[in-house]
Design a protein around this ligand. Structure first.
Ligand SMILES: Nc1ncnc2c1ncn2[C@@H]1O[C@H](COP(=O)(O)OP(=O)(O)O)[C@@H](O)[C@H]1O
Ligand SMILES: [Mg+2]
Length: 350
């Protein structure tokens, strides 16, 4: 269907450069998820791909054809927005079929395509309704239907589920995954939701301040983040960071029992420990000692927030659901050192 290539893409609004040279290839049929903090340029990049915004410089190629200056309608790209952007005075059927009606296709052809798309998205019983008569999830499905009916080469989704409540988000996430499996279309999806990114993506692109920090499969980013930014951004609850001093062959950090320095880590100034790589010590030996400050019970698992004397921030531990930790109680922690990450003063993994 469609291979997408962004080359040295830049965008400035007035004097402010917000996209600072993106290079990214997206394979045919791939599901790529953009993540990154608010304002880092995810939506702007999508809008440039769609043609809703002009690139200041750089190129976008679709199947090898330069579409950087092509009109949005000529790109074969459909975009689904967080706000749905449905026409309030049109029925579901007309909202879905509008794009085809504009192309002056025969009414019966349009109706048949609308029926087909509605079936796919479980909207058949709702075709005569107006957007105001729909739930948020149903509105989002109509917005997706409007994109599907055009048979686009590329689907762009900008935080499509963030207006939905939690249960519906999970359901729609599965529907989008199914849609991708069925259509095999190239999809670029923006989200700030960790779980959406990890579960939907073939590859995740981590943005930061108009640049790409790292591109990789979800588990690659989780297990081998290139730097502190990616390490802190991927994974929820987030990685714990402890300042360290290395000297005399030892790692030194407040509250941390002396550990032998690992070879090759001499330039490390920070230690990264994921909450799931910390455990409650079962014997007298412990790597870290602290005091439980807060316990969050989620059912299947429990997060314990632990104050460690001398550490700038609490440590978060991801524990099994059934734990009897209480605020104020001392806690001894062991570290899975094989999973520890070390960062130098520039935030690079060492
Ligand atoms: N039309 C615009 N005019 C000026 N600045 C803009 C415009 N659109 C976006 N920006 C700025 O560009 C930056 C990136 O925005 P955006 O792409 O929407 O971020 P994200 O989607 O990652 O949250 C932000 O600093 C934003 O304020
Ligand atoms: Mg955005």
């Amino acid at each position: 269907m469609a291979q997408l290539q962004l080359s040295n893409l830049r965008k400035s609004f007035g004097p402010v450069q917000v996209i600072k040279g993106l290079d990214l290839g997206i394979a045919d049929g791939e599901f790529v998820v953009f993540v990154g903090p608010s304002g880092c340029g995810k939506s702007t990049t999508l809008r440039i791909i769609a043609g809703l915004e002009d690139a200041t410089s750089g190129t976008i190629a679709l199947d090898g054809r330069d579409v950087t200056r092509a009109r949005p309608a000529d790109r074969g790209i459909a975009m689904v927005f967080q706000s749905y952007a449905l026409f309030p005075h049109m029925t579901v059927a007309d909202n879905i079929g509008f794009g085809l009606q504009l192309q002056r296709l025969d009414r019966t052809v349009v109706a048949a395509r609308v029926a087909e798309v509605a079936e796919t998205l479980h909207l058949t019983p709702l075709l005569a309704r107006y957007p105001r008569e729909l739930s948020g999830g149903q509105r989002q499905r109509v917005a997706i239907g409007r994109a599907i009916i055009r048979n686009p080469k590329v689907f762009l989704f900008d935080e499509p589920l963030s207006n939905l409540d939690a249960a519906l988000r999970v359901q729609m996430r599965l529907e989008i995954a199914r849609l991708h499996q069925r259509l095999r279309a190239t999809m670029v999806y923006v989200t700030h939701d960790q779980v959406e990114a990890m579960t939907l993506a073939d590859r995740i692109v981590v943005f930061n301040d108009g640049r790409i920090e790292q591109v990789g499969k979800p588990m690659e980013l989780y297990e081998n983040p290139a730097n502190r930014f990616v390490a802190g951004f991927i994974g929820a609850p987030a990685m714990n960071f402890l300042p360290v001093r290395l000297g005399g062959g030892r790692v030194d950090s407040p509250g941390l029992a002396p550990v032998a320095a690992l070879p090759g880590k001499a330039s490390a100034v920070e230690l990264g420990l994921r909450p799931e790589h910390l455990a409650v010590a079962s014997g007298p030996e412990a790597d870290i000692r602290g005091e439980v400050e807060l316990v969050e019970r989620l059912g299947a698992e429990t997060y314990a927030h632990v104050r460690v004397p001398g550490q700038p921030a609490d440590l978060t531990l991801r524990l099994p659901g059934e734990t009897d930790h209480r605020p104020g109680a001392p806690i001894a922690i062991t570290v899975d050192w094989s999973r520890a990450k070390w960062f130098d003063a520039d935030g690079r993994v060492v």
